[in-house]
Design a binder for this molecule. Structure first.
Ligand code: NIG
Ligand code: FE
Length: 447
């Protein structure tokens, strides 16, 4: 849509559509502020529905090893990979994890991401997993505080990410411990909304994955699964069977498993930057998933091993080039459908009344530019929970290589928040809609 407008009040969208209609529907408060996108692309804030951002230590040496031909799962088997990050994360303090996570959230904000899921999974013992989840909770509270970024942070418990050294060769026993002791402990403190499991050769098999996800269900947690990332173990079918909100990766899932996902309403969360970074020949069959009626989301999978990048726009580029998704499909996947993958459909990642007022103005004239300008950070103005959090106003983003290092809390000259009260109160709840497998009618509009 050209010439559109969005109005927000107290951090929520109250009207969106053609400018004249929005202006007719709302009456600005005296302190209302107006942001003029000046013909730039406007989208919902991006939703990253799959990250492992709470960790200590990077793994550049492993990157070098993989370039030389070593295999990711072989490195894990030899005690490296995820287990290297586990050693570093066990040594880190909660404060250190919190501080690094905060810095990473800010980095994501600058790239246009306003909702972020963060998994634990680098502790693999109760104390360290709880330490990670507490750091994530603190980061979530900080983000939502007046000093924060305005992002919404969603916690997932991934205690079954790898078999810890103490349980080497006894994956089943460790999965039982996760199910019997760790999940109830996490649920008791309400430290996570979702439970996840890495269903893969060298990690956890289908039976162990079921054990963990069923315990999550009993504890009232939503279910997610790392399914068919490297080998096809049937994780997608398990996700469908256990009513998982998403099945993630699906790089080698055969099309025969797609109908089960469609029937259970499970979102296929595709992570093309990971299969790319692992130099895999095969990527998720996005076209076939969409054709089968499965809602497709995109995430970064940001983690120190298989995908160290934070940029969802870059993931959108890879989704177009490697998975042959259209720019429209990629945007819906990284916003609206990603919100459904976090149980927040219609409440985030969407410019509709009742949704969080998370809005990004991009320094480009139309949607296709976003994936086309691969690797560029085109985020010009990032509004989260109704406030401008990042702005490049007054700079020529094309010629200025430096991004704003500051974190403006007040509105910048010429730009401020779009805040206006509704003429009539907004609908109280989100519309009971399902995620879409095709492009939306509002997303990707030019305003
Ligand atoms: O989604 N595969 C399991 N977990 C992550 C990688 C984590 C790591 O290597 O540290 C993934 O690829
Ligand atoms: Fe992952």
């Amino acid at each position: 849509m050209r010439g559109g407008a969005v109005a927000a009040f107290r951090g929520r969208i109250v009207a969106a559509g053609p400018e004249a209609e929005v202006l007719a529907a709302v009456e600005p408060t005296p302190d209302a502020t107006v942001v003029d996108a000046e013909g730039r692309l406007v989208t919902p804030g991006l939703v990253d529905c799959h990250t492992h951002l709470c960790f200590a230590g990077w793994r550049a040496e492993e990157f070098r090893m993989r370039i030389e031909g070593r295999d990711y799962l072989e490195i894990l088997k030899a005690g490296g990979g995820i287990l290297q990050t586990v050693r570093a994360t066990r040594e880190a303090t909660e404060d250190e994890l919190f501080d690094s996570l905060r810095a990473r959230l800010l980095e994501l904000l600058r790239l246009g991401t306003t909702t972020v899921e963060v998994k634990s999974g680098y502790g693999l013992d109760l104390a360290t997993e709880l330490k990670q989840l507490r750091a994530i909770r603190r980061a979530a509270l900080w983000a939502a505080s007046p000093e924060g970024t305005g992002q919404e942070v969603v916690a997932t418990f991934l205690g079954a990410h790898a078999v810890p050294p103490e349980f080497a060769g006894r994956a089943r026993e460790y999965a039982e411990l996760v199910a019997r002791e760790m999940i109830p402990a996490v649920a008791r403190e309400s430290l996570a909304e979702f439970v996840d499991v890495f269903c893969e050769d060298g990690a956890f098999g289908p039976e162990e994955a079921r054990l963990v996800l069923e315990a999550g269900r009993r504890a009232g947690l939503g279910r997610k699964i790392h399914a068919d990332e490297v080998h096809h173990l049937g994780g997608a079918r398990i996700a469908a069977e256990l009513g998982a909100v998403s099945a993630d990766h699906l790089a080698v899932t055969p099309p025969g498993d797609f109908a089960a996902l469609r029937d259970s309403g499970t979102v296929a969360c595709l992570l093309p930057a990971t299969s790319f970074f692992l130099m895999k020949p095969r990527h998720a069959a996005a076209r076939e998933l969409i054709a089968a009626g499965v809602p497709v989301a995109l995430g970064t999978d940001a983690n120190p091993g298989t995908q160290p990048g934070f940029s969802l726009p870059l993931v959108m580029s890879l989704a177009c080039l490697l998975l042959r998704m259209t720019p429209e499909e990629a945007l819906v996947a990284a916003t609206r459908n990603a919100a459904f993958a976090l149980g927040r459909g219609g409440r985030a990642g969407s410019l509709e009344p009742g949704a969080r007022a998370d809005i990004v103005i991009w320094d480009c004239p139309a949607l296709a530019h976003l994936p086309y300008r691969m690797g560029a950070n085109l985020a010009h103005t990032v509004i989260a929970a109704g406030r401008v959090r990042v702005s490049r106003a007054g700079r020529d983003a094309e010629t200025s290589p430096r991004e704003a290092r500051t974190f403006p809390r007040a509105a910048v000259p010429g730009l401020s928040q779009a805040v206006a009260p509704p003429a009539s109160p907004p609908r109280s709840g989100p519309p009971a809609s399902r995620p879409r497998s095709g492009p939306g009618d509002r997303e990707g509009d030019r305003r």
